[in-house]
Design a protein around this ligand. Structure first.
Ligand code: ZN
Length: 52
C-alpha cells in the first residue's frame, strides 16, 4: 500500500453524498458540493476526533 493515497474518492460529496461533477485538469478533486459543506464536514469530523 505504500505510495497509495490515504483514501480514494469516487466523486461524491463527502458531506451529503451527492454526485459531483469532477473537473479534469484543475488540480484537486472536488469532495463537496460547496466550500461551506467542506467547512461543515471538517468541523464535524474534528468534533468526532478526526485530524482533518
Ligand atoms: Zn454536498
Amino acid at each position: 500500500m505504500l505510495g497509495q493515497p490515504a483514501k480514494s474518492h469516487d466523486g461524491t460529496c463527502l458531506h451529503c453524498g451527492a454526485t459531483l461533477t469532477q473537473v479534469p485538469g484543475r488540480g484537486r478533486l472536488r469532495q463537496f458540493c460547496t466550500g461551506e459543506e467542506g467547512k461543515a464536514y471538517r468541523r464535524r469530523m474534528r468534533a468526532l476526533g478526526f485530524p482533518v
